[in-house]
Design a protein around this ligand. Structure first.
Ligand SMILES: Nc1ncnc2c1ncn2[C@@H]1O[C@H](COP(=O)(O)OP(=O)(O)OP(=O)(O)O)[C@@H](O)[C@H]1O
Length: 437
């Protein structure tokens, strides 16, 4: 099913969705708002009259109007998860509303292939007077399910939302977290091709959020695509592979999600994130943004505990990870993936504490995890490490996407080697085979 929900430039050709595996395309979308309410109502009426009479909406700014979105272009592929990143007022929610068809753009169009489930606002458009049960039926019917299909899935929806008996109480008696949980449960049980998620997961408690992110990862495996709006770097990194950075209604950059977040954070903070050689400090997270266990800082140190700005092949080095637990953490492991800058797509080294039989637990508070490398095996070069704290319960607690570092070598010959081999030299005297030097 190809649903062209908004077409203001109908003469144009549809993008080749089939060929490019694209299931959603946003083309040259612009939206303006008016700061003055009275004037806004007046302009709104004028626009309606124009639409009825077949005249195009004004494509220019009238008094007090501004572009909330200006010429936005991006596409979403099957199984792709895109994060809309940007400061307050950047236009993220407006864009999601346009994609979901809640509001119309003034210019451009959105083309969608498949079933779209929007989770915008708490309770995803629930009616306050109706009970949770009635809302589930209405909501899932709007999302395209038949009465029989809803009845079949109803118990699963209630179980996932953990609403219990409150399912028969009016939604107006629900807390914001309960409404969000039920909204999320409805949306994921409609087998959507595309999920639009606007901050709704931020209201749940940590345990429920973890459950949601785990389910999102499973849905993505099965082929669902997402567009996520969140101010939580952690949510974005654990869910999305692509980022679109919006600023004042315009796309500043898009691409690899970690790189887009880095650029956004550098712009957001008055001073960029501290990135000194051999050490990386993460931006401080609030409890709300955390999955319970955060990485605060990573760095290298030598045997004497002194900070190392660069590593030397063959020497003793500790990789140190300062962790902060907001609550007692029963079990987690540490995974480190090291890549050489020049060989971007190949892993140079993958270390997983679980493979080494090391599963950690942690009490609420701070701790340093140290990985001792008796002899750094990497050859001379520029590297970057991805460091994550993972658990079987969740994709990961926290991750440092890119910790850059340099390895130096004291020997000239190391340049021709692929790695550093730890070795010892001996000479055995054959005349007297019992003595060796
Ligand atoms: N109905 C409206 N009438 C007038 N201005 C609006 C309307 N809706 C949004 N805006 C304005 O449009 C701009 C973009 O708002 P939007 O809610 O899309 O931003 P956002 O990036 O989602 O922000 P946040 O992170 O705070 O949710 C803001 O300046 C906002 O005040």
């Amino acid at each position: 099913m190809i649903k062209d929900i908004i077409t203001t430039t109908s003469a144009e050709r549809l993008p080749n969705l089939e060929q490019d595996n694209i299931i959603l395309s946003v083309e040259a979308v612009s939206k303006k708002f008016c700061r003055d309410l009275k004037r806004s109502l007046y302009y709104g009426l004028k626009d309606i009259v124009k639409e009825i009479t077949g005249v195009n909406r004004a494509a220019y700014l009238r008094k007090e109007e501004f572009w909330a979105l200006n010429d936005i272009n991006f596409s979403l592929k099957k199984k792709e998860a895109v994060a809309l990143i940007g400061a307050n007022g950047a236009g993220k929610t407006t864009l999601l509303k346009i994609i979901s068809g809640l509001i119309k753009p003034d210019k451009g169009r959105v083309t969608i292939k498949g079933r779209l489930a929007p989770l915008i606002g708490l309770g995803a458009g629930f009616n306050n007077i109706l009970t949770g049960r009635e809302n589930v039926y209405v909501n899932m019917a709007i999302l395209g399910l038949t009465q029989e299909q809803i009845t079949e899935r109803f118990e699963e929806v209630v179980a996932f939302s953990e609403i219990g008996d409150a399912i028969d109480a009016p939604v107006k008696t629900y807390s914001s977290g309960m409404a969000a949980r039920l909204g999320f449960a409805c949306a994921i049980h409609t087998d959507p091709d595309i999920l639009l998620i606007d901050e709704v997961l931020a209201v749940g408690d940590i345990k429920f959020r973890l459950k949601c992110y785990k389910r999102l990862a499973q849905l993505r495996e099965k082929g669902t695509s997402f567009i996520l709006v969140s101010h939580s770097t952690q949510s974005i990194l654990s869910t999305c592979n692509t980022g679109v950075f919006l600023k004042k209604g315009m796309v500043i950059t898009s691409g690899n999600v970690a790189e887009v977040i880095n650029q956004y954070e550098d712009e957001l903070l008055s001073s960029p994130i501290e990135r000194v050689p051999g050490r990386l400090k993460q931006p401080v997270k609030s409890k709300q943004d955390s999955f319970g266990l955060d990485i605060e800082e990573v760095y290298f140190e030598n045997e004497q505990g002194e900070l190392l700005e660069e590593l030397i092949s063959g020497t003793f080095t500790n990789l140190c990870i300062i962790c902060k637990a907001w609550q007692n953490i029963e079990s987690f492991s540490v995974r480190i993936i090291i890549r050489e800058l020049a060989q971007e797509n190949n892993y140079t080294l993958v270390i997983n504490s679980e493979d080494d039989g090391k599963i950690f637990k942690m009490k609420e508070g701070k701790a340093i995890i140290k990985i001792s490398l008796p002899a750094v095996g990497l050859r001379r070069g520029q590297y970057y490490a991805k460091i994550s704290l993972t658990s079987s319960l969740i994709y990961f607690f926290d991750v440092v996407e890119s910790f850059p570092f340099t390895v130096r070598s004291v020997s000239k010959d190391m340049i021709e080697s692929s790695f550093f081999q730890v070795r010892e030299w001996h000479k055995v005297n054959l005349e007297n085979q019992y003595s060796h030097e």
